[in-house]
Write a protein that binds this ligand. Structure first.
Ligand code: FAD
Length: 435
């Protein structure tokens, strides 16, 4: 079988390696040059997911490319309330630099037989009737039996699919964070291990999320907003952080790039005849924090296993991957989306209240909006009644997330486009629009 992977995204590389090793012809078509891939920053994820795919142990990872992850604290918009999250020392995620991470995946894919066309932008899918039959690229048309779309949030494959395939094409306002991430030098005066990773929801009252992470040798600052960030906005927030953290220096030591992070539930329908999306192109991240590497790698493995078992890659066969992803992971990420949307829609002072009154707790923030049991909701009710509109807005977000999660976990068993469209609509009705 001929397989083309649009973009050298994480999930595509993971799937490609498995499929090439099984004897299929796999080519990644990537817009950038090889040495330009990745970013000059670190990512938190579960190392065992990566090492399992690469067939190595964690001891094989060079110590220079990773570090341990500390605890985390969510900070209210006014900075007055911190909600601490303590990770289990045995299972906590760790942190790896992005370029070495991509290099590991690339080298493994190459060793398994994957070919690469670098500096070759994809412009659109090549259609044959309702089947995705290849890619239009700047180097001409390329035909294939399967297109794996790993070209990220704005994938030109997904956004140019014919409407009738039922794959949602464009994110809505609030579905993405536009972020800039910069590492500054660290001045003496604090011990990194004593300062948790600080995540600011509705930072400075704005719609978005920021973080401040004190590392042994630097401080890592991310400012993310639901609308594109201006330089002036970024500089203002950096000054604010510097005033509150006197150990933050002024020299840029890493990063400095912009990035776009999906913070929504995954696509309900992410497959069609000859087409499957993985990773950010299918919005596979945890909405509250935008983490997507674990999910992309897991999806890549699941997709490859489905294709090996069902090599015709019809819409019907690829639906098995689509449905299974939602059963295993889509539900828990969708659960998190309702709370995220509720918190982004409320005035910042209401979010301050929800933090201070412990209506929003660590289980909600870390665990994907899990606290919807009757005793948990009664506890929140008791604490939240001083501000009923904020309380009910957040409970509404939690309940909608919980209902969406159930629907994701029960996607139609059989491939039936009408039933799938109806199921998608019932999930969309649970979305909370962000003003
Ligand atoms: C600032 C920031 C911090 C993050 N931190 C974390 C974290 O700590 N932990 C975590 O799990 N996740 C994190 N994420 C999210 C994570 O980056 C993604 O969820 C994850 O990388 C999966 O994305 P992907 O590989 O599918 O797509 P991408 O990483 O976007 O890769 C897409 C690839 O496709 C290529 N491409 C795009 N368009 C074309 C085209 N037209 N033609 C050919 N190639 C194309 C791109 O060049 C790129 O190589 C972060 C994201 C950002 C922006």
């Amino acid at each position: 079988m001929r397989i083309l992977i649009a973009g050298a995204g994480h999930g595509g590389l993971a799937a490609g390696a498995i499929l090439a090793k099984a004897g299929h012809s796999v080519t990644v078509v990537e817009q950038k040059a090889r040495e330009q891939l990745g970013h000059d920053w670190e990512d938190r994820f579960t190392f065992s997911v990566l090492t399992g795919l690469l067939g190595i142990t964690e001891n094989d990872l060079p110590p220079a490319i990773w570090r341990d992850r500390g605890d985390c604290t969510f900070v209210s918009p006014d900075g007055a309330t911190h909600v601490d999250i303590h990770f289990d020392p045995n299972s906590r995620q760790r942190v790896m630099w992005r370029k070495p991470l991509l290099n590991l995946l690339l080298e493994h894919a190459e060793a398994c037989g994957v070919s690469f066309l670098f500096e070759t932008p994809v412009t659109a899918p090549l259609m044959n009737g309702r089947r995705v039959a290849g890619l239009h690229t700047k180097a001409g048309e390329l035909e294939a039996d399967l297109i794996i779309d790993a070209a990220g949030v704005f994938s030109p494959v997904r956004t140019n699919l014919p409407e009738e395939l039922g794959v949602e094409k464009s994110p809505r306002r609030g579905d993405l964070f536009y972020a800039r991430r910069v590492y500054y030098d660290r001045l003496p005066g604090v011990t990194a291990a004593d300062i948790p990773f600080e995540v600011y929801l509705r930072h400075a009252g704005e719609q978005g999320l920021s973080w401040f992470c004190t590392n042994p040798d630097s401080v890592d600052v991310l400012i993310g907003r639901i609308d594109p960030l201006t330089d002036a906005q970024f500089d203002e927030h950096v000054s604010r952080f510097r005033a509150a953290h006197p150990w933050m220096g002024t020299q840029i030591v890493h990063g400095g790039q912009n990035g776009v992070i999906p913070v929504r539930r995954p696509l309900t329908r992410m497959t069609a005849d000859g087409y499957a999306a993985v990773g950010d192109s299918a919005f596979m991240t945890t909405p509250m924090n935008g983490m997507g590497i674990d999910l992309s790698l897991r999806a890549g493995k699941l997709l490859a296993e489905t294709v090996l078992a069902h090599p015709d890659c019809t819409a019907q066969e690829l639906w098995i991957y689509n449905r299974e992803f939602h059963r295993l992971y889509g539900g828990s990420t969708a659960k998190n989306a309702g709370l995220k949307s509720a918190l982004l829609s409320l005035p910042a002072q209401d979010v301050d209240f929800l933090f201070a009154a412990r209506v929003v707790e660590s289980g909600d923030l870390a665990g994907g909006g899990q606290n919807v049991s009757v005793p948990a909701l009664l506890g929140k009710l008791k604490r939240g009644l001083k501000n009923p509109s904020a309380f009910f807005a957040v409970v509404n977000g939690l309940m909608r997330g919980a209902r969406a999660a159930k629907l994701y976990q029960r996607a139609p068993k059989e491939y039936d486009p009408d039933a799938i469209a109806q199921w998608s609509r019932s999930i969309e009705r649970l979305d909370l629009p962000i003003d």
